[in-house]
Design a protein around this ligand. Structure first.
Ligand code: NAD
Length: 494
């Protein structure tokens, strides 16, 4: 163990060895395939996960379908919302008990600082509890009358679960992104097949153990890690899956949408971003710098809604960049289990190489690396990238146009408000962005002009399970979280 991660090594915990979670139990993949888990901080293999293929997907879909139809009247789909809420609360309570262990597993699996994994686990618990409340609320909303113009007729509406849903998620918030889908799907009365990312499935598999412990009815939630083309693709095209909810890249979303279209299957898509943070000259510079750092470097820069394009008023740009560099110098880069770590490694070797390629392309296209751009010198191992700030950027450069998914901020200045809006909207993406100014009327005006699913004012990234989250343009469609998240899994019947 090198000196930098002695503390981390002392904190490491064994990775449980699991199988696929199908029909309420652990099941070996039919082809017995497994994928190694690599700790991105040490580059060591620390365990493995089972890898599902099309045959396993068939078995899981069958289990999910029978969970919806067995003992008609006592099955999951027609159980009262109150019954489903009881299970969701039991799951939340178990996760709470196991929070320290789950947070560590998340950190060694995907590399995010332990404090951030702990915050994710808190959000996971809150999300289950929130959708438990909404499940109960559904009972009272059934049979809502519609007012008709002709008195001779009566009409009312009931909300039914869509059926069997496929939930395909990425690696940057491995458990939390899964729960944004699992909690509302189960609350609505759907049965689900969860396909975590091959790069980070450990905590999603532990959710299987939690489901066993709370006796969740068999088949209601099935968890099938595996490669995208081997486990995700058969799920997306499966004739007995009624809906796909996907979070991941725009590239994969196109494949999923194409597969779903063959069966006229609904999809919701939460995709990538290239978020702007527009900083006006009247801002509180220190606070604005702090939010800029947080908005781009949190989760090691691997946030879909990261505000990775800084658009700052020319009159404060020099001072702003000066303070941004000073902040960046003080970011503790270390093994993510270490106390005080603010920036851990990128999730995998492949992603690390992608990020480095973005930086070298920016240089060769003529941009300036104002800060960072390299592996940190004090770390011999691990997929670490320094927080990186890039200036002299023009709008045709790759670094301005494409999502990096790493701790890389690119900077442009503006003179007028209209110019700032034009720069902010100069992207195919439209997920999240931020406006920073003391003039709240201006913030309001600019927010309305931005083509985004979420605009943060005088902050960046805070996210609450009560509020809708999702994008426009290449960032996808449909909204997760809040009551919108529940509607994703419900059908309206008149
Ligand atoms: P990805 O698209 O490579 O993979 C996402 C999931 O899709 C994985 O589980 C993968 O195995 C699966 N998959 C891959 N090919 C598939 C196929 N042909 N059919 C079905 N499933 C397939 O994305 P990623 O690299 O895991 O995650 C990073 C991306 O996710 C970034 O673009 C990021 O912005 C986006 N993201 C979006 C949000 C959001 O809420 N909008 C949140 C987190 C991440």
């Amino acid at each position: 163990t090198s000196p930098h991660n002695t503390q981390a090594a002392a904190m490491a915990i064994p990775i449980p060895s699991r199988q696929l979670f199908i029909n309420g139990d652990w099941t070996e993949p039919l082809l017995k395939k497994r994928i190694p888990i690599i700790n991105p901080s040490t580059e060591e293999i620390i365990g493995d996960i089972p890898a599902a293929t099309a045959e396993d997907v068939d078995v899981a879909v069958e289990a999910a379908r029978s969970a919806l139809t067995r003992n008609r009247g006592k099955d999951w789909a027609t159980a009262s919302g109150a019954v489903r809420a009881k299970y969701l609360r039991a799951i939340a309570a178990k996760i709470k008990e196991r929070k320290p262990e789950l947070a560590k597993l998340e950190t060694v699996d995907c590399g995010k600082p332990l404090k951030e994994s702990e915050a994710d686990m808190d959000d996971v618990i809150t999300c289950f509890e929130y959708y438990a409340d909404l499940a109960e609320g559904l009972d009272a909303k059934q049979k809502a009358p519609i007012s008709l113009p002709l008195k001779a007729f009566k009409s009312y509406v009931i909300k039914e679960p869509i059926g069997v849903v496929g939930l395909i998620v990425p690696w940057n918030y491995p458990l939390l992104m899964a729960i944004w889908k699992v909690a509302p799907a189960l609350a609505a009365g759907c049965a689900a097949i969860l396909k975590p990312s091959e790069l980070a499935s450990v905590t999603c598999l532990e959710l299987g153990e939690v489901c066993r412990e709370v006796d969740l009815p068999a088949g209601v939630l099935n968890i099938l890690p595996g490669l995208g083309h081997e486990a995700g693709a058969p799920l997306a095209s499966h004739p007995h899956v009624d809906k796909i909810a996907f979070t991941g890249s725009t590239r994969t979303a196109i494949k999923i949408m194409t597969a779903a279209a063959q069966r006229v299957k609904p999809v919701t898509l939460e995709l990538g971003g290239k978020g702007p943070i527009v900083v006006f000259e009247d801002c509180d510079i220190d606070k604005a710098v702090e939010w800029t750092i947080f908005g781009c470097f949190y989760t090691n820069g691997q946030i879909c809604s990261a505000t990775s394009r800084l658009i700052v008023h020319e009159s404060i740009a020099a001072e702003f960049l000066d303070r941004l560099v000073k902040w960046s110098e003080n970011i503790k880069i270390s093994d993510p289990l270490e106390e005080g770590c603010k920036l851990g490694p990128i999730v995998s070797k492949g992603q690390y190489e992608n990020v480095m390629k973005f930086i070298s392309n920016a240089k060769s296209e003529g941009a300036t690396i104002l800060y960072g751009g390299n592996r940190p010198k004090h770390l011999e191992k691990g997929y670490y990238v320094e927080p990186t700030i890039i200036t002299d950027v023009n709008t045709s450069m790759q670094i301005w146009r494409e999502e990096v998914f790493g701790p890389v901020l690119c900077v442009k200045t503006f003179t007028t408000e209209d110019e700032a809006i034009e720069l902010a909207n100069d992207t195919h993406y439209g997920l999240g962005g931020a406006v920073v100014s003391k003039d709240l009327e201006r913030c309001d005006r600019v927010s309305k002009a931005l083509q985004l699913g979420a605009v943060w004012v005088n902050c960046s990234q805070p996210c609450f399970c009560q509020a809708p989250f999702g994008g426009v343009k290449w960032s996808g469609f449909g909204r997760e979280l809040g009551e919108w998240g529940l509607e994703n899994y419900l059908c309206v019947k008149q």
